[in-house]
Write a protein that binds this ligand. Structure first.
Ligand code: NAP
Length: 480
């Protein structure tokens, strides 16, 4: 049987690129999902030109037509959530239930923004000069480059494409090279939605080539990026040099505080979920478990028991809690950090070793460190794998100080039965999202998403707050 080939989607056509790369299943490296093309420089240019040509009509198109198209896309994703979730689990390594959940989220995002097409509002104000009226309206930005990471292969493309199109922009999407399958499936669904040629374009390929060319293309008005801090920082500089609007969602080193008065069972469950589910490969994963000393011995014991019961295996196998690491290079990075943690003086309580399963995949036992301090690299740098450390502290005040002692600020959680501490933490956590008795990862699709400090730059994504980035404001004065 020949391996299926997947092309770029440019100006309403499927177009073969220069060459093809295999999309490999991280649970079983003998399983190749398909061959995915790499866009050439000319194709990237064609995609941008097609989007520019489509923009004048699309930017003033009827909001009912836009809403209908987005709703249709959302409906198809939801109807095919099991199939798309399976594809996602096969290409990225999330468990199949997690993959189906992510696909459903993508579908719901499109349906939410179908509604947003109809809800975009402006305001009218009186002028300080008599006889003049003022209208403040929001208009589309133009042609937007969307660059997405590998860890949410369908949800993140969805949460950028849907608002961009809803508010009348045209887009060129460059998904992560590791996981082009879900973005290609999304493009296939969009191609049948009635959206005019050129409004949505997909260019696959490497970030250093296609991504870089997209950021620097003169026909691109703005960039919405999700990925690492190192790449994001560079993109911000390039956009600033060319006066392009930019939005960056980047990494995290998210704290999960556990206080003496926490419900122990609940605290352990949410720590295990936050730190290790989705193989710890979520920007909102908590990798620093900050535990006060009264509950510390019981917490360690309960964590060990819970972690011992976790099943690591093939993402498509029923009953698996944690799939493989996404790639060989990510596995090597995770293993490096386990060594670094040990060299720095942390105690590796359990896990951290490579696991073998029936098929050849990138399996790793979730790793938990104790006896760690905030000067250690494992507590300052994003590992982006199933590696977490426990930091023992005296009391709530010390826990809050440690939680905020990080260059990142995406998500932060607290496990407590105290209203006083929960309220104080919500107010004083230096993170964009705060969770009380909930995992740091796992958010709704209709409310803003994003962080502070080194985790985010520019306006928030998702919910109606998405309009801050995906529209530009006009103030019009009329003499009556
Ligand atoms: P990454 O290496 O920064 O890549 C992100 C995207 O940028 C990919 O499409 C990549 O293409 C592209 N890229 C790489 N170099 C580029 C360049 N020079 N110019 C333009 N584009 C370039 O991140 P990742 O490893 O895919 O994803 C993991 C990171 O994403 C973690 O740090 C995680 O915390 C973060 N993340 C953040 C959020 C959030 O909302 N805050 C959500 C999810 C993930 P290639 O794939 O071809 O390299």
């Amino acid at each position: 049987m020949t391996t299926p080939q997947h092309d770029n989607y440019i100006n309403g056509q499927w177009v073969a690129g220069d060459k093809y790369s295999p999309n490999v299943n991280p649970s079983n490296t003998a399983d190749v999902l398909g061959l995915y093309t790499q866009a050439s420089a000319e194709q990237l240019d064609q995609a941008v030109q097609a989007a520019r040509a489509a923009f004048p009509a699309w930017s003033v198109s009827g909001i009912q037509a836009r809403a209908d198209a987005l709703d249709k896309i959302g409906n198809e994703i939801l109807a095919r959530r099991e199939e798309l979730g399976t594809l996602l689990a096969r290409e990225e390594g999330k468990t199949r239930p997690e993959g189906i959940g992510e696909a459903a989220r993508a579908g719901n995002i499109f349906k939410f923004f179908a509604g947003e097409c109809l809800r975009l509002a402006g305001e009218t104000l009186a002028s300080v000069r008599p006889g003049i009226g003022i209208e403040v309206t929001r208009e589309p930005l133009g042609v937007i480059g969307l660059i997405t990471p590998w860890n949410f292969p369908i949800a993140i493309p969805a949460w950028k494409v849907a608002p961009a199109l809803a508010y009348g922009n045209c887009v060129v999407l460059k998904p992560a090279d590791l996981v082009p399958g879900c973005a290609w499936a999304l493009a296939d669904i969009i191609s049948r939605s009635g959206i005019p040629a050129g409004v949505f374009n997909l260019v696959m390929g490497r970030g250093s080539v296609v991504g870089d060319a997209l950021v620097n293309h003169a026909g691109i008005d703005a960039i919405s990026f999700t990925g690492s801090q190192s790449v994001g920082g560079r993109i911000a500089q390039q956009c600033a040099a060319n006066l392009k609007k930019v939005q960056l969602e980047m990494g995290g080193k998210n704290p999960q505080v556990v206080l003496d008065d926490a419900d122990l069972g609940q605290a352990v469950e949410l720590c295990v979920q936050s730190a290790f589910f989705s193989t710890g490969q979520r920007c909102t994963a908590s990798s620093r478990l900050i535990v006060t000393e009264g509950i510390y011995p019981k917490f360690i014991e309960a964590m060990q028991a819970r972690m011992a019961a976790l099943k690591v295996g093939d993402a498509l196998q029923a009953g698996i809690d944690i799939g493989p690491v996404s790639s060989q290079s990510q596995l090597a990075q995770d293993a490096d950090y386990v060594s670094i943690g040990q060299q720095e003086g942390g105690t590796l309580l359990m896990g951290g070793e490579r696991l073998s399963r029936d098929a050849d995949g990138f399996y790793m036992a979730p790793a938990l460190f104790t006896d760690t301090t905030m000067d250690m690299r494992i507590n300052r740098e994003e590992v982006f794998g199933p590696v977490a450390s426990i930091i023992r502290v005296k009391d709530y005040e010390a826990a809050l100080a440690v939680a905020n002692d990080t260059p990142f600020g995406l998500s932060a959680g607290i496990a407590t039965t105290s209203l006083k501490y929960a309220t104080h933490f919500k107010r004083h956590s230096q993170a964009g999202m705060v969770m009380v008795n909930l995992p740091t990862a796992g958010v709704d699709y209709h409310v803003p998403f994003g962080g502070r400090k080194g985790s985010s730059y520019g306006p928030r994504e998702q919910g109606r707050y998405a309009q801050e980035f995906f529209t530009t404001v006009k103030t019009a004065y009329t003499l009556a």
